[in-house]
Design a binder for this molecule. Structure first.
Ligand SMILES: *[C@@H]1O[C@H](CO)[C@@H](O)[C@H](O)[C@H]1NC(C)=O
Length: 327
């Protein structure tokens, strides 16, 4: 009697422990799936946040643009309204000096009325560094990204001029302009403004005068103190170029030495930069879509003044990283 009772108790205990164990295992499985779900949700949340960040940036840009337009409308007799919009196209890529370069460029642009800065990162994704820099500048700006395909990426020891740079990024800017503007809707001028050059605000005064394609000298380039178009004093037209490299190119002009009217950019939809163009001939081939040597508009006092310099920031050698500091 007692024995069978004990046996029953034992069986019951065993059964309970089996129930309990099963419940426990089920609980663990459920908990694990909840955690996994949570991780998935977190991932989703993160993506949503990224998206919101983009949208916020966009609306901030739109707000600035609206403010800008509003202030122009409100002040018709102010000469502000008569400035054409200058679209400054700046390709950029991540490196130690990137923030320093972009700071210099953006603070130059803060002194220029009616500028619309188009920044194109050579990256898979837009970075917070560039995003924050643009937003702090309060410039009317558009932030894009376009990754250079690996086969064209600059190798460290290649001389800079031997490889194409900024092809993907400049084309992205052209695409953006062509998608967002229609010809003959207000005056605009496009200027390719690299992030490593030094620009006097005077060059933007010259850019404002551009009707189709304007040109001017560029300092410290091609092994010369400056490269410059040669002007015929009789006709005031461009007859050739003083250039340290292939002066007989159809347009021996550095990227910083010309600007093109937005209408022309929009009319010649097919014009873009290409890896097929011979190295060093990017500017020349690109310009031939739009104009002839005879049609060029010489600016900067008939190309006698230098308002832009091909400066180059030395690549810094660093021996350590101080954590927590964004440089
Ligand atoms: C440029 O040269 C042309 C022709 O020589 C002359 O008529 C014009 O006044 C000059 N412009 C400037 C700004 O010096």
């Amino acid at each position: 009697m007692d024995l069978s009772n004990n046996y029953d108790k034992g069986m019951r205990l065993k059964r309970y422990s089996v129930y309990f164990l099963t419940l426990f295992v089920l609980f663990v499985i459920w908990k694990l799936s909840v955690i996994e779900d949570g991780v998935d949700k977190l991932q989703l949340l993160r993506e949503a946040l990224e998206l919101h960040k983009e949208k916020l940036q966009l609306s901030q840009q739109q707000l600035l643009l609206l403010e800008h337009l509003e202030s122009n409308r409100g002040s018709n007799n102010n000469d502000h309204a008569n400035h054409p919009v200058i679209y400054a196209v700046t390709p950029t890529y991540a490196r130690l000096v990137q923030k320093a370069e972009l700071t210099r460029i953006s603070q130059t642009l803060m002194l220029v009325p009616n500028v619309h800065w188009i920044v194109i990162e050579d990256s898979e994704k837009k970075t917070d560094l560039v995003r924050n820099l643009i937003s702090e500048s309060k410039l009317v700006a558009t932030h894009l990204n376009a990754k250079t395909p690996p086969f064209e990426q600059l190798k460290d020891k290649d001389p800079r001029w031997k490889r194409h740079r900024g092809v993907e990024q400049r084309n992205m800017a052209l695409k953006w302009l062509r998608e967002n503007f229609q010809p003959k809707r207000g005056k605009g001028i496009v200027y390719f403004m690299d992030d490593d050059n030094t620009y006097s605000i005077k060059v933007f005064k010259e850019i404002e005068k551009v009707k189709k394609v304007g040109v001017w000298p560029v300092g410290l380039v091609g092994g010369l103190n400056a490269e410059a178009p040669i002007i015929d004093p009789e006709t005031g037209k461009v007859t050739g170029y003083k250039s340290g490299w292939k002066p007989n190119r159809p347009f021996a002009i550095d990227m910083a030495g010309f600007a093109i009217s937005l209408d022309l950019i929009l009319e010649k939809q097919e014009a873009q930069f290409s890896y097929m163009m011979e190295k060093g001939l990017q500017e020349s081939e690109f310009l031939s879509y739009f104009t002839t040597k005879e049609e060029l508009e010489p600016l900067a006092d008939n190309c006698t003044k230098v308002y832009v310099w091909h400066t180059r920031t030395e690549k810094p050698t660093i021996t350590g990283i101080v954590p927590g500091l964004e440089v």
